[in-house]
Design a protein around this ligand. Structure first.
Ligand code: AYL
Length: 563
């Protein structure tokens, strides 16, 4: 099988518009318009709503305020360290209007992890909320960001040095001098940087993936075109279409991750679907929210589907109005899909496959998968080209497994300040995915396995190299290898094989359990909870390596499963 191009062509993607120019100022022919006064966003907890007018004026006010206060502009990096919040998209687009770059950070990160991200991205301003001021302040101090440059999305505590987003907007709105976003030259949006999103890629610790404005615009046009064309080809009436304007969607996936960012915010806005912003996934509150607002579209990760299918609370709710349940970011098992049709009798179920480096979706299932889903990740989005490459570097035959290599207009540009990693993953605009797939005669892709080191816990990335690097600093540890073990709820969990230094090894016979617990704690003390060694810790005499010293992870992955 040679290189294949998606069956559905992609129309022109504007390459001279930034994200706010494209999504807020421009009427693309495929764009749906929100009904008069229909909110773009609703805050789940307070019911607060933003219409188009609110969004535009707040984005403008904040851009103006940030420009006046700190002269934030071209290439300046702002880190948002916050759960989903109704002003999260406002902050993104305001910074984009100024030519700045957003790096979204997990609010559950420990101080160490936030320091790593701030250093990696060179962020000089941090947007957060009062409950996260502790770690935010410590991390900012460690990297030399003054406390005044911490902006709060909520109220500022009395006497605190921090400015609130509300104050910046008020200042920006009142100011006589107004900031006007610059027009781009043709092609400029392709290389203009919008986001630094963290990903470890195929190997090594997390890196900052450089995502351009054009990539996000392209991916939204790819998803929307795929949907429109495939549905039309299947004769789906408009009322039954997948992204129906006027609907609501759960804004529960974190906006700091590329899935929540591109699909959860931009794709929904472009299709005139109101996002109900949910700060944190909690169960069964999630069901309460769905029913309270009558949310027809659930954009989720597989563990949420596990709960929907298996948790007794689900039975108490009538979810027959749910129209779409879309999953991504981790494998979805066929048996779950069957169970889901009982819980969501009228929903289209589907999934997408993609990665941060391809920002975001590469494939998507067709919209009508109410029954008989075949387990694939769907077909190539318009404009995507792929190659499937076998272990010996040849192009795989039809139906033969191999590594997926992707060209897409949505591909990220590079890893920030990391030429070595960039050269390994980005090849002339193509991205090596590290995923083993099969491409079939129907033009659909099935994800068979993950060849790369990456572990996926509840859809979140865990980089073995990050945990190994940390564990190697423990005095008892001589060598280590972290692998994934399967888990029904989380998908996978990290599991560590440890080679102990001699003294610790001598104690292991009697104190083995205590040493293992101490090593697990050594990780949980400085890493956020989905990175904890919840799969287990096991001692081993030697880590198997090939003659050139490369860890034989696959051997240990099989061994861990058997323990
Ligand atoms: P990252 N099935 C199996 N594995 C998957 C799937 C899937 N549907 N989607 C993602 N992965 C794995 O960067 C795969 O190993 O991006 C891939 O290389 O956190 C890795 O996760 C990438 O992890 C969308 C929106 C997919 C988002 C995404 C996933 C973005 C996750 C489709 O529409």
């Amino acid at each position: 099988m040679s290189e294949v191009l998606s069956k559905v062509p992609l129309g022109a993607v504007p390459d001279n518009l930034t994200i706010p120019q494209f999504f807020l100022d421009y009427k693309h022919p495929l764009k749906s318009t929100h009904k008069q006064n229909a909110p773009y966003f609703i805050d789940d907890k307070t019911g607060k709503q933003y219409t188009e007018k609110d969004v535009l004026s707040r984005v403008h006010g904040l851009a103006n305020g940030l420009s006046r206060k700190w002269n934030i502009g071209e290439g300046d990096v702002v880190c948002i360290f916050s759960p989903n919040h109704i002003d999260y998209p406002i902050a993104i687009w305001a910074v984009h209007r100024l030519g700045g770059i957003i790096t979204g950070s997990n609010p559950a990160y420990t101080v160490d992890e936030l320091i790593h991200q701030l250093k990696l991205t060179n962020a000089a301003t941090v947007v957060t909320q009062t409950p996260f001021l502790g770690p935010a302040t410590q991390a900012c101090k460690a990297v030399g960001i003054p406390a005044e440059r911490i902006v709060l999305l909520d109220e500022a505590p009395r006497g605190s040095p921090h400015v609130t987003i509300e104050q910046l907007i008020a200042d920006g709105v009142q100011a006589k001098q107004n900031f006007v976003e610059r027009k781009l030259a043709p092609g400029e949006a392709k290389t203009r940087v919008a986001f630094f999103s963290l990903s470890s890629g195929t190997t090594g610790p997390p890196k900052a993936v450089v995502v351009g404005h054009y990539a996000v615009i392209a991916n939204v046009l790819q998803m929307t075109t795929h949907n429109a064309v495939v549905e039309e080809q299947n004769g789906v009436p408009p009322a039954d279409r997948r992204f129906r304007s006027g609907d609501l969607v759960t804004g529960v996936l974190p906006f700091f991750h590329i899935y929540g960012l591109v699909m959860g915010i931009h794709q929904m806005m472009f299709n005139a679907i109101t996002v109900v912003v949910i700060p944190k996934f909690s169960w069964p509150d999630f069901l309460e929210t769905i029913v309270k607002y009558h949310i027809q579209n659930l954009i989720v990760v597989p563990p949420m589907i596990v709960l929907l299918c298996k948790h007794p609370a689900t039975k108490k709710y009538d979810l027959s109005f749910v129209h779409l349940c879309y999953s991504g970011a981790a494998p979805l098992s066929g048996s779950l899909i069957k169970d889901l049709s009982q819980v969501l009798p009228n929903a289209h179920v589907g999934q997408g496959y993609g990665m941060t480096e391809t920002a975001t979706a590469v494939t998507m299932t067709p919209p009508m998968v109410k029954v008989g889903w075949s387990g694939t990740a769907g077909s190539l989005l318009p404009g995507v080209k792929v190659r499937v490459v076998t272990a010996d570097g040849k192009l795989a035959g039809m139906g033969e497994p191999g590594e997926l290599v992707v060209w897409s207009p949505s591909n990220a540009l590079r890893y920030h300040n990391n030429t070595k990693a960039t050269d390994e993953t980005f090849l002339d605009g193509w991205v090596r995915t590290g995923d083993e797939v099969v491409y079939d005669e129907k033009g659909e892709i099935t994800i068979v396995d993950r060849l790369k080191e990456l572990i996926k816990v509840r859809g979140f990335q865990v980089a073995p190299a990050e945990l190994e690097g940390h564990l190697l600093t423990h005095p008892d540890v001589a060598d280590v290898c972290v692998v994934a073990v399967p888990d029904d709820f989380s998908g996978e969990l990290p599991f560590a094989f440890i080679v102990l230094h001699e003294a610790a090894a001598a104690r292991a016979a009697t104190e083995g359990a205590a040493i293992k617990a101490a090593l697990a704690k050594y990780v949980s003390d400085v890493k956020t909870n989905y990175k904890w060694l919840a799969g287990g810790v096991e001692f081993i005499d030697v880590i198997p390596k090939n003659p050139s010293g490369k860890l034989l992870r696959r051997v240990l992955k099989v061994k861990a499963k058997e323990i």
